[in-house]
Ligand binder design. Structure first.
Ligand code: ADP
Ligand code: MG
Length: 708
């Protein structure tokens, strides 16, 4: 999507004025704030408190616990302020007070270290009745507050906030400064025309947007700024509504027009395919195939997600869909994230289609190409003149240089590796392109809706018959000797083994060192056998040879980086070793583990961990050990690590929510969808929609709104 100047509704200009104009924000502070929070007033308003403190809960001095915040009325009875001494930095001043009213005989000391003594003398006088607020500590039996946060004459308690919100701090900016910025910003909020429907406002008894923002920063009660409050709920609903509007706009962009293309489900090659398949489709696969074929035959373009755990057999469903789509003479593409997977799919599919006399081509990036430059150009030419009907490839498929005669179906495999951008780009390669996205990371419904909108979803829940659950073991690295022993026995019994090496953060080169070292070590350990190596920096031929040797059983162990995470399908491999498993995401380990258990043989997966495990790391590995169900695993991931982990990095950018917590607000998603539909239908001038999208800085969607 090209650069684009965002035209926001005039009513919200104030919210997008620079925070550099706020009092006390000079150049230096502006840079800090801009980097940490954002440059605009709206960013400050969305900077949420981590908690609120009730300074007036009137806890009695008698029962107060060490460490809690207290606000109480006291009378000053004695002042011990040593003469100010520059050399002695830690001058201790002690103001002795006694509780007022019912607390009469209870002593509370106010302690100051190295404070300007004149200042203390000015504010404390024996006999003064004051209110103090701060953290209570009990020290040798005497209550004290060190550096009280607030001290006020009893008649002027207004200067102490009843409920104080506490913000995350950074780089020398303190609470009072941030509060001041926020309060100044709150004054700049205009009054909006309500964008939510009256129906929902009444049904959920919601406050308006302005009030909600104000109350989250200046709550009347502690509960006002808690995540379950009604104010928070209102803001979460707004955020979800903005999200759903974006999803609908994307969907409209993809599926705008009615089409008059019909697929011919009775073509011979479709029937023939079923005859030559080495297996029968499961019932579940049949259901899913039918859902897709119905979509293809309807007069709307399809946008469907096919989700099914690793090894559930999505590829064949994709192939049947592609053959159906091309039955009217049009073209189909299968877009995948990695070359290894592209090659794998190409091999499987061209093998299957050989007897049917249907030509398939593989298109990789220019430098990675399997063809000579000349042949590659010929392939691209044949794609554009429509001779080739089925095309499998990586990102090259959406490159500017590749054009299609009549693309009717695009299947995106391992969809979580792609972003919305690619989904839109591939549809722009043809007219009314049907979209099928496939994912092996089953996504909880709440996430699916926020990440994909109202895309239709097909799910494969059962695996092909005879599959046994993969036995998973979690062991410390120190047990590697025993692991090697058992591998030796397994190899003698014809087993093929994947050995995945640790992922070292953000450094492909370090990954390579680790994987090479392990490769050398295993080679010397298993002298009698061949061992192969595969990683991202090999050239194509080298990598293909490694995988082929392993596939044919010529080599017994395939040492690999995570390049094998998706797609690699070698049913004879039955053992998976993953080193430093604690460093991977749950979904990723589950995907890797899915490389085994692809036949009716028993399979196992050994997760080795290196470091002392934190309780969270421990519970994560335990989940993997206890369940083979990808759906359950991604639910856990969602709880433990948030949406980014579940959706993959490319997707999580879309749903980096500020107010929404998917556990607490998941029942708002459907409501938000209704609101979004409503707004798209009735807000003809797009003022409300634009306001909402602007507030949440959904800039890509605003662009779609403008028909960009
Ligand atoms: P994924 O859903 O992870 O992409 P694949 O499509 O790679 O799974 O299928 C996994 C394995 O299961 C492949 O070897 C495939 O040939 C096999 N398979 C798929 N469907 C069936 C079936 N109905 N019966 C038996 N094996 C099947
Ligand atoms: Mg697959």
């Amino acid at each position: 999507m090209s650069n684009f100047i965002i035209k926001r509704p005039e009513t919200i200009f104030n919210l997008f004025s620079s925070i550099s104009k706020l009092n006390g924000v000079g150049e230096k502070r502006f840079t800090i704030l801009k980097n940490k929070i954002g440059p605009y007033i709206i960013n400050i308003l969305f900077y949420l408190p981590v908690k609120a403190i009730d300074r007036f809960r009137n806890t009695s001095l008698r029962t107060i616990e060490h460490g809690s915040i207290i606000t109480c009325d006291v009378e000053v009875v004695e002042i011990n302020i040593p003469p100010f001494n520059f050399r002695k930095k830690n001058n201790i001043s002690r103001i002795i007070t006694f509780g007022l009213n019912k607390e009469k005989h209870i002593r509370l000391d106010l302690i100051y270290f190295g404070q300007n003594t004149q200042y203390l003398k000015n504010i404390f006088k024996v006999g003064n009745k004051i209110v103090v607020s701060g953290k209570f500590e009990s020290f040798s039996g005497i209550g004290q507050i060190v550096h009280p946060e607030y001290v006020a004459i009893s008649s002027e308690t207004n200067s102490i906030p009843k409920i104080e919100t506490i913000y995350p701090l950074f780089l020398g900016l303190n609470q009072k400064f941030i509060s001041k910025l926020i309060n100044e910003s709150l004054k700049k909020i205009p009054n909006f025309e309500e964008w939510l429907s009256e129906e929902i406002m009444i049904k959920l008894n919601l406050p308006n947007w302005k009030e909600s923002i104000i109350k989250i920063h200046n709550p009347d009660n502690i509960s006002d700024c808690e995540i379950t409050s009604n104010y928070r709920k209102r803001l979460a609903l707004d955020e979800l509504t903005a999200n759903q509007i974006s999803m609908l706009l994307i969907k409209n962009k993809i599926s705008k027009v009615h089409i008059h293309r019909k697929y011919d489900a009775n073509r011979d090659f479709l029937k023939e395919l079923y005859n030559i398949l080495p297996f029968k489709l499961t019932e579940n696969q049949n259901v899913v195939v039918n859902e897709i074929l119905l979509d293809l035959q309807s007069d709307r373009t399809m946008i469907r997600m096919l989700q099914g755990d690793v090894g559930s057999g999505k590829t064949i469903v994709a192939l049947i869909s592609m053959l159906s789509a091309i039955s009217d003479g049009s073209q189909s593409v299968l877009l995948v994230p990695t070359e290894i997977l592209a090659i794998q799919h190409f091999n499987t599919i061209s093998e299957l289609l050989k007897p049917l006399n249907i030509e398939v081509c593989l298109l990789l990036g220019e430098s990675k190409s399997n063809y000579s430059k000349k042949d590659r150009l010929a392939v691209i030419e044949n794609i554009s003149n429509g001779t080739i009907k089925i095309i499998i490839g990586t990102h090259a498929l959406i490159s500017k240089k590749v054009n299609y005669k009549n693309l009717s179906l695009a299947i995106i495999d391992e969809q979580h590796r792609f972003g919305v951008k690619q989904r839109v780009e591939i549809t722009e390669k043809g007219k009314n392109v049907n979209i099928l996205v496939m994912t092996a990371t089953p996504i909880p419904r709440s996430l699916a809706l926020t990440a994909y909108g109202d895309m239709n979803i097909s799910t494969i829940t059962e695996k092909p018959k005879g599959r046994k659950p993969i036995k998973t073991y979690v062991l410390p690295q120190s047990k590697i000797g025993e692991v090697l022993q058992s591998i030796k026995r397994a190899i003698a019994n014809e087993a093929l083994i994947y050995w995945v090496c640790p992922l070292i953060e953000e450094s492909e080169n370090l990954d390579l060192i680790a994987v090479n070292e392990r490769f050398e070590y295993l080679k010397s350990y298993f002298k009698d056998y061949n061992i192969s190596l595969v990683h991202g920096k090999q050239d194509k031929l080298e990598r293909e040879n490694s995988i082929n040797d392993f596939k044919k059983g010529k080599s017994k162990i395939l040492v690999a980086t995570t390049v094998i995470e998706v797609g690699v399908d070698i049913p004879d491999a039955t053992i998976m070793i993953i080193e430093c498993a604690e460093r991977f995401g749950l979904a990723q380990v589950h995907q890797l583990r899915g490389r085994v258990g692809r036949s009716d043989k028993e399979s196992s997966c050994i997760l080795l961990y290196k470091t002392e495990l934190t309780p969270i790391a421990h519970s994560r590995l335990k989940i993997l050990k206890d369940t083979n169900d990808g759906f359950a695993i991604s639910e856990h991931d969602l709880i433990l690590r948030g949406p980014g982990e579940v959706l993959g990095s490319k997707q999580s950018g879309n749903i980096d929510f500020k107010f929404v917590d998917l556990h607490i607000h998941s029942d708002l998603i459907e409501l938000a969808r209704k609101e979004a539909l409503n707004l798209i239908k009735y807000d003809k001038e797009h003022v409300k929609i634009n306001t909402l999208l602007s507030i949440f800085e959904n800039n890509e969607a605003i662009q779609l709104l403008k028909g960009g």
